[in-house]
Design a binder for this molecule. Structure first.
Ligand code: AMP
Ligand code: MG
Length: 409
């Protein structure tokens, strides 16, 4: 039986086509700011106040009129005490105010002298040991955020710092894109779930299902609600049944394995029977094959079975797809130039994603086994080199590095 080879696609073309299919999901939800980490903001956050609200002291010390302290050794009375959380009164001329970090600077004062530069003379009198510069140790109102400023935009992915910022302008809850609902299943008669059979009793040919674990973790990190549809045997009827079940109430069906065109690969004919499917050989390594289709209104994405291929096609293709479903504005990870501390003398026809690790000398080390089945490479690595097709690498070359800190977030 001759089997037509699926068309070869560049990764960029495949991504563009995939993103063209990913229209942002309708609907948003309001969640506590505490629970919004990693979610995509569905509203614009405009500051209704200045942060900080008033000029305030950045030191424990004394608020002064700097013009009254032209020389060191000036002695002045302490006319008031302003702890953080209280407001104080205008500073009486010829006096200083005891002040603490975060307390508003009283009207009339234009500098803070830190307490280390002051010595007590009497009960309520101090000697200033150092001449203050006007404005010193004062944090200005609005220095962080000005009233009316857009603090976070619709489509921003919320980080821990942005949750703090949202809280800082008074937001106890946030409107975020709803979670994509993803049905996940693995195909392969060789697969066994860890916990079901102990390692000593694994039958010849059996392997544990690794993909399901990292795919599930990656999906959750991207804000998805994952329903796990288990392992589907390599049979047409079982594949059809699993797909029909998964299409219900899900935005995306994600599978790994079974997308080649061998006679044990049932994904392609099954998806075609229920909907439509494009199968691509993506010109990336590790990678290919990769499938995109539709089953009864749900998106379908079929990843390759080899663990590293599955992992990389997920982070490079499925991740931006899922972010776009949530209306995120930044989809692509940024690459930065880094020095290769290794040689890669044999160029490949395909664009390669080499698993590398930042060493302690500002360069990148290469994992020795770059095979698509060796998941150790992805555990050891902290990112990949995006190596163009036909490109060799010599020690000392600058290469584009994409950190897992970006790709796995
Ligand atoms: P396939 O794409 O189904 O031809 O699988 C390619 C290779 O990946 C085979 O060696 C499979 O055993 C392996 N594989 C497929 N699915 C998984 C999985 N969920 N976990 C670990 N390895 C897998
Ligand atoms: Mg298989």
């Amino acid at each position: 039986m001759s089997v037509a080879r699926p068309p070869l696609r560049s990764l960029d073309d495949a991504l563009a086509e995939l993103l063209g299919q990913a229209q942002p999901l309708a609907g948003s939800e309001t969640v506590s700011t505490f629970d919004a980490d990693g979610r995509v903001l569905a509203q614009e956050l405009v500051a209704q106040l200045q942060v900080p609200p008033q000029d305030n002291s950045s030191m424990d010390g004394y608020a002064v009129r700097s013009a009254e302290i032209a020389d060191e050794g000036v002695v002045l009375p302490v006319s008031q005490r302003i702890p953080a959380g209280s407001a104080g009164v205008p500073l009486a001329p010829g006096s200083v105010a005891r002040i603490f970090t975060g307390a508003p600077v009283p009207e009339g004062a234009d500098a803070i002298v830190m307490q280390e530069d002051v010595e007590a003379v009497g009960e309520q009198t101090v000697r200033i040991l150092r001449v203050p510069a006007p404005g010193q140790w004062i944090r200005r109102s609005g220095e962080d955020v000005t009233r009316g400023a857009v603090v976070l935009a619709r489509g921003d992915r919320l980080s821990a710092a942005s949750l703090g910022m949202a809280a800082g302008i008074g937001m106890a809850s946030l409107e975020v894109a709803r979670r994509p609902r993803v049905a996940l299943f693995s195909t392969g008669d060789e697969l066994v779930m860890p916990g079901e059979v102990p390692p000593q009793q694994m039958k010849p040919g059996a392997i544990y299902n690794s993909n399901r674990f990292f795919l599930s973790a990656l999906l959750r990190r991207l804000g998805c609600e994952v329903s796990d549809h288990g392992i589907v045997p390599d049979r047409r009827d079982a594949t059809l049944e699993a797909l029909a079940r998964a299409a219900k109430e899900h935005d995306l069906i994600l599978t790994s394995g079974g997308v080649s065109v061998g006679e044990e690969d049932h994904i392609k004919p099954a998806v075609e029977q229920l909907g439509s499917l494009d199968l691509w050989q993506i010109a990336m390594k590790p990678g290919k094959p990769f499938a995109y289709g539709k089953v009864a209104g749900a998106h379908f994405i079929g990843l390759p079975g080899n663990p590293v291929s599955s992992f990389l096609t997920f982070v490079l293709l499925v991740r931006p797809f899922l972010l776009k479903l949530q209306g995120a504005s930044v989809l692509a990870p940024a690459a930065m130039p880094m020095r290769a501390d290794f040689d890669w003398p044999r160029a490949d026809k395909r664009r390669e994603f080499l698993r590398v690790h930042r060493n302690g000398h500002g360069g990148l080390d290469l994992f020795p086994n770059q095979s698509s089945g060796v998941l150790t490479s992805a555990v050891w690595a902290d990112g990949v080199v995006d190596n163009a097709a036909g490109q060799t690498i010599a020690h000392g070359d600058s290469v584009p590095f994409i950190s897992f800190a970006e790709l796995l977030a």
